[in-house]
Design a protein around this ligand. Structure first.
Ligand code: NAI
Length: 333
């Protein structure tokens, strides 16, 4: 096979990663070594002499890891995800390591999931499931509201935000949006309005985050922004955990200022998400407190997790690697 002499160190491997990457690798023939540990300064030595490293959302690609990878002769980091906030790009450039990612593998997967958690949270499906299994057929505490005629604020109208807005078209809602680069053509076609963040906070019944995490917008949902929101607002985050100051969110939930939150991501998720920790105690008191609220739905960064998305992630990641090796890579970070 064309690339059989190219070794790839694949970190944070789960059974589904292996299945989809092996399937897509039939067309490339890379020599992929699947490692279970996450990439970090302790595990980086496993990638010794691997020209290519493949990593995911909770791998640690900070300066220390990158410096060691450079010493070990890694030339390419192929991220198998869209977000890249966990990569120190300045350090990668300094060490002449190229970084690629998968900018779009299935905006539908995340957008459909966002609608799913909104409906689940509003109608307490997550609680109803458990109650009925316990022969408890009471519906006390499950009162929701019609989504129809409500105002949904979408922060970030890129691929996922826009797909979410398309899906919302069938629900008869009012849509407000905020984005530093407004897409006015889409706004005209899909009947939504760009407003300032403050106006979006003040008018929305549901706020959904679809922007990337950058140094400028860390903790954009904080005590001050929550104070500007409607009482009873729902906050949905399928983007990145650090967009929300979770301690401030908890205060808002305790004061009933926030009516509910659906969180597929959490700012300190790295130690927990994707692992079965059912036999251990949670040391993170903020996460533990979040999990006590009946009106908070936490899921383990799974919005992307569809067959279509995993197929695309495998194919595009391996194509990025092939393009890099053949000098055809057009988009790098
Ligand atoms: P995209 O790059 O197509 O769109 C992002 C949009 O956000 C752009 O229009 C950009 O101008 C806008 N933006 C940037 N900073 C902003 C700010 N401060 N306020 C408002 N808007 C801002 O990205 P895409 O594909 O729509 O993905 C969005 C995010 O979703 C990714 O960055 C990633 O963090 C997250 N994601 C989460 C997944 C999950 O499984 N939970 C899976 C895939 C992506």
């Amino acid at each position: 096979m064309k690339f059989s002499n190219i070794k790839i160190a694949f970190f944070d491997t789960k059974p589904y990663d292996r299945r989809f990457f092996e399937q897509e690798n039939e067309s490339f023939g890379f020599d992929i070594h699947f490692f279970e540990p996450r990439l970090n300064p302790d595990s980086v030595s496993m990638a010794h002499d691997y020209p290519v490293v493949c990593a995911f959302v909770n791998d640690n690609l900070g300066a220390a890891t990158l410096e060691q990878l450079a010493k070990q002769k890694t030339k390419l980091i192929a991220m198998r995800c869209a977000g890249f906030n966990n990569v120190d790009l300045a350090a990668a450039h300094r060490h002449d390591i190229t970084v690629t990612r998968v900018p779009a593998y299935s905006p539908r997967a995340v957008a459909e999931y966002t609608l799913g958690v909104l409906l689940t949270l509003n109608r307490s499906l997550h609680r109803a499931y458990n109650r009925v299994r316990d022969n408890n057929f009471s519906i006390n505490g499950f009162l929701g509201f019609d989504i129809f005629d409500k105002t949904i604020g979408v922060i970030g109208t890129g691929k996922i935000g826009l797909t979410f807005i398309q899906i919302l078209q069938g629900l008869g809602v009012h849509i407000l949006a905020s984005d530093p680069y407004p897409n006015q053509a889409a706004a005209a076609e899909l009947h939504y309005d760009y407003v300032s963040l403050d106006e979006l906070y003040a008018r929305s019944d549901v706020i959904s985050l679809h922007c990337p995490l950058t140094p400028d917008n860390q903790h954009m949902i904080n005590r001050r922004s929550i104070a500007k929101m409607k009482t009873g607002v729902y906050i949905i985050n399928t983007s990145r955990g650090k967009l929300i100051d979770t301690a401030a969110l908890i205060v808002g939930l305790k004061k009933h200022k926030i009516g509910g939150a659906a969180l597929d991501v959490y700012e300190e998720e790295g130690d927990y998400f994707y692992e079965d920790l059912s036999a251990s105690a949670i040391a993170d008191d903020i996460l533990a407190r979040l999990l006590t609220f009946p009106n908070v739905l936490v899921t383990s960064h799974q919005a992307f997790f569809t067959r279509e998305a995993l197929t695309n992630i495998g194919r595009i990641t391996l194509q990025n690697i092939a393009d890099f090796l053949e000098g055809k890579l057009t988009i790098k970070l």
